[in-house]
Design a protein around this ligand. Structure first.
Ligand code: NAD
Length: 356
């Protein structure tokens, strides 16, 4: 059956990097039997310019019927003066909530060919391959009550609520264990169970869920120690599962172990493995329109899409192998090397490696 992929280029470098990912998808269609239909839509600033809204009804209908969504990036200075509810970023948040994407998967992979791009010693990070599974729709970012109130003595007080129900913890834990089964079979659950009751429950539920995965080894770590261990000896981790806020912080930290923001893909999944796939970087307005952005994070996001939403593991492996080959051949965009090739030349190099 033909699957539909919604293609949302967005703003800034979005259209440039998405064009290269589409080249890769079309190569898989024409030469390797991938049965998909690509349908393009507006989101973010591009959608505001076209329709007045960051997430128009037409785009929402498209992503709802699609089997997976591929997003470039949204945002830019042009739209910064708009009222917050009408800014491009609202389009992204709208997509996450409308599609109920509760699981954010962010791999931190360092290809050995790029070990020198990291600020850490090559032996600490070479061949690093961690998957951070972050809960995306709950926890302190959404808990009620929240706000800023004035106390009886006139002093103002800000407050938020960290809240997790058992079902929310269980479903994200299952995503982590399922992912670990396809990897090194180790899950480290990161919490602050010594201080926060919500994460005491987190630890209890994750431990209970682990009983359904006898092949996966579960460990627990407090978040402060996890931050330290990620810098000290990151290769000890396989899959890390954690709350929304801890995941937000740790996944940015982990991404920097790899040196370049232009290399890292991400997936956000719902309960049925439908997902939105995007590079972790933004729309990079400083380099937009110059054909110099690195398209590999977006191309690797396509590999994640094939693996998690389209059940095409072999094709996913093929893309990752092609990217590795291109790096081994010394092909580099400006962010990862000298004598750089353009965005489109990098895309062409990946396509050539796929067809070899
Ligand atoms: P950014 O990730 O866009 O850029 C940070 C730096 O990394 C810039 O110097 C940029 O040139 C560089 N960079 C990013 N992607 C690159 C690539 N593929 N190749 C080479 N270099 C790359 O972050 P920012 O500058 O903080 O934000 C710019 C805009 O993007 C803002 O409007 C922000 O709101 C938006 N944003 C969007 C997303 C998203 O769509 N998911 C995420 C983050 C930021």
């Amino acid at each position: 059956m033909t699957k539909t992929i919604a293609i949302l280029p967005g703003d800034g470098i979005g259209p440039e990097i998405i064009a290269e990912a589409v080249k890769v998808l079309e190569t898989l269609q024409h030469s390797f039997g991938l049965n998909v239909q690509l349908e393009e839509g507006f989101v973010g600033g591009a959608a505001i310019d076209a329709t007045g809204y960051p997430l128009p009804a037409e785009t929402l209908a498209l992503v709802k019927k699609a089997d997976a969504v591929l997003l470039g990036a949204v945002g830019g200075t042009k739209w910064e003066s708009l009222e917050i509810s009408r800014r491009p970023e609202k389009g992204l948040l709208g997509l996450r909530s409308e599609l109920e994407l509760f699981a954010n998967l962010r791999p931190a992979i360092l290809f050995s060919e790029l070990a020198n791009a990291s600020t850490l010693k090559p032996e600490v990070v070479a061949d690093l391959d961690i998957l951070i599974v972050r809960e995306l729709t709950g926890g302190i970012y959404f808990g009620q009550p929240r706000g800023i109130r004035t106390l009886d003595n006139g002093e103002r007080q800000g407050f938020n609520t960290l809240v997790y129900s058992e079902s929310e913890i269980e479903r994200i834990a299952r995503v982590a264990f399922d992912s670990a089964e396809k990897r090194q079979k180790r899950v480290c659950s990161v919490d602050k169970a010594n201080v926060l009751e919500a994460t005491e429950l987190w630890r209890e539920v994750v431990t209970r869920v682990s009983e359904d995965y006898p092949n996966v080894k579960l460990s627990h770590m407090y978040v402060d120690n996890a931050a330290m261990q990620l810098v000290r000896a990151p290769k000890q981790f396989d899959v890390i599962v954690t709350t929304n806020m801890f995941g937000d912080i740790l996944s940015d930290l982990a991404s920097q172990l790899t040196g370049s923001i232009g290399m890292l893909p991400s997936a956000s999944l719902d309960a049925h493995n439908k997902g939105m796939y995007e590079p972790i970087h933004g729309s990079a307005p400083d380099i937009a329109g110059q054909n110099i952005a690195n398209p590999l994070a977006t191309i690797l996001s396509v590999a994640m899409m094939l693996r998690y939403s389209l059940n095409e593991t072999k094709l996913a492996d093929k893309i990752e192998k092609a990217v590795k080959q291109v790096l081994r051949d010394g092909v580099r965009t400006l962010d990862i090397g000298k004598n750089a090739v353009s965005t489109s030349e990098m895309g062409d190099a990946v396509v050539a490696a796929l067809l070899k």
